[in-house]
Ligand binder design. Sequence first.
Ligand code: B12
Length: 135
Amino acid sequence: MYFTSSISAIIDFFNFSNDCPAPNHVTLIARNQIQSPNFEFRQTVRKPPGTPLIRYLESAADQDSNFKFNATYFPSPLGYSIGCIHGLAGIWTPDRTWWKILGSDGQGLQLGVSSYVPEDNEVITFEFTKGGHCE
Ligand code: B12
């Protein structure tokens, strides 16, 4: 663990010296506390600044298959809606369950995964949720 984080610090340093922007480190959490079996997975992903959230989620799934997800595309500007993570699907009718996306402050994001661009050191939580609304 210490060894791999040292290597990534060295890689970050050389990227910086080559005038490449230092990557953002964003931690993703997939959490289900409302339906048995409960789960929570966490993965930190590195991407260039300006990368939309969907790309971080793809890499989290590549790094840890617990983050395997599916998404439905809605025409621009909405983009992808996350329907299922770790085999658990939001079923709006009749259950009113869905995957809500929370920012570091614990509040729901006002943009979906295709539009939201995380900042360095953000923690984004995909929270399996029942009811509620996004507005
Ligand atoms: C109802 C609703 C929901 C419901 C949809 C339930 C359902 N299946 O019917 C629920 C609660 C699930 C929802 C979730 C989210 N929503 Co919403 N939602 C709406 C709302 C109020 C109405 C949509 C609607 O029914 N349109 C009418 C139907 C006939 O048209 P439609 O194209 O078929 O609508 C579908 C899409 O809008 C889709 N949908 C709903 N929200 C979102 C969000 C994204 C990013 C995508 C790709 C699709 C999508 O669900 C609708 C039904 O299938 C709109 C605001 C508005 N007034 O349009 C916001 C709105 C579309 N949602 C928004 C957001 C941000 C979200 C969330 C990302 C919130 C969050 N922090 O988690 C999540 C999606 C997370 C994910 N898993 O990817 C934003 C999108 C902004 C943007 N440009 O990205 C809007 C515009 C509200 C706002 N903040 O202004 N939402």
